[in-house]
Design a protein around this ligand. Sequence first.
Ligand SMILES: Nc1ncnc2c1ncn2[C@@H]1O[C@H](COP(=O)(O)OP(=O)(O)OP(=O)(O)O)[C@@H](O)[C@H]1O
Ligand SMILES: [Mg+2]
Length: 254
Amino acid sequence: MNSMTELILQLKNVSKKYVGLTALHPSDLDLYSGEILVILGSNGAGKSTLLKLMCGAESSDSGEVIFLGAQQKHWSVATSRSLGVEVVHQELAVVGELNPIENLYLGRELVVHKRWWPFLARRVMRKEGSDLLRSLGAQLSSLKGKTVELSGGQRQAVAIARAVGWGEKLIILDEPTAALGIAETAEVEQMIRTLRGRGLAVVLVTHRLDQAKNLADRVAVVRQGRIVGNFLKADIEVGKLAILITGEESASVV
Ligand SMILES: Nc1ncnc2c1ncn2[C@@H]1O[C@H](COP(=O)(O)OP(=O)(O)OP(=O)(O)O)[C@@H](O)[C@H]1O
Ligand SMILES: [Mg+2]
């Protein structure tokens, strides 16, 4: 961390209960600009729940959310978006039937008025959308065809580019490389580093310890609804992480 680092988001004592189950016990977490925070944990540990509290997709049962020093009484997706927070959810994040440019501008289409009639500014969206994809190093075979016809990595690139296009402060990525091959994963990892280089705060959920080691400036481990570890890069030991994730001393390193 350097002196320019800014505290973007603070979660204080946030928690989430679903019927009959505590997905997240009261937890604290701080997110900084120019930092990649990797969140690790087993299936069902509470990682996505934590992310949903960060972006307001779920409301916390307790505690507070503080964004750039201001306490957020009504933290919702609309509020977080308006403040520069974007999320790529674990579930399908693009609409397959639309082309990549239409996906980038989904729900935020640019409109021009000609003789008072509104028209979609297709040419502007095409130009700015393809510039955005290029600036992130995304190589798509086509901008005109349906997004469903792209490879998994290219689809993921579109989903991330959409978040990047609008997110100015914080980008949250829930397992963005889970379905990708080696080359596609490397491309997405490069996009993530580009975001850090631009001074954004990035949160990334992954199951891959090697990815955590490669990308993270900080790692948080979630186990059974609790944050059981929070380390800076220098203190990351892969063996120790594996034990924290599973809670077992005999955990093997994958
Ligand atoms: N909408 C919901 N209603 C009820 N229970 C839920 C809901 N969302 C999550 N849960 C439960 O909360 C717990 C934590 O889920 P969460 O999705 O946060 O896990 P995760 O760490 O993201 O897992 P994975 O690695 O499989 O994505 C799980 O037991 C899950 O079944
Ligand atoms: Mg999840």
